[in-house]
Design a protein. Sequence first.
Length: 189
Amino acid sequence: MDQDLPLLDRLLAGEETAFDTLMSKYQRSLCHLAYRLVGNAADAEDLAQQAFVQAYQHMGSFQRQSSFKTWLYRIAINLCKNHRRRLRPSEPLSEEQPLSDGRPGVLSQLIADQRVERLRRALSSLPPRQREVLVLRVYDELPYEQIAAIVGCSENSAKVNFHHAVRSLRRQLNAAAAVRQTSFGELVL
């Protein structure tokens, strides 16, 4: 049973604070989801906020065939898809991590930053459905059944998309490592 149903009932009965409770419950995870899909923190926050606004505006049409979380995530993913479509197709997800500031461990921080950037580029190169399934499975640890409901596919299709996404990421990251090793000899960043 969806634990959010009592809150939804209170909201539909006119208790506005019930929605505040739902927002505080899902705000962080929704922002993280949006960030992983669009790669920009400011845009992610805006998209998460838009998802809550849309959910609030369409609360009466929520048919309770899935959990509130699934419905909310689906709204957020659709907003992220629309946002990415508005961007130029070749525009990669942005890198917003600050560079190292000269403290001890600068080299290890730069190496870690480069690894994160390579992973972000590889993730952004995945087809949208594969990226969505991978993010929901790895970062949100959702079961395939719920992922399928969020992205609008079958459970088997969600599993296949996850498998292809992982395989594609491995291939890209291994190829990038081989190129760096060839270019720099033993120094692989």
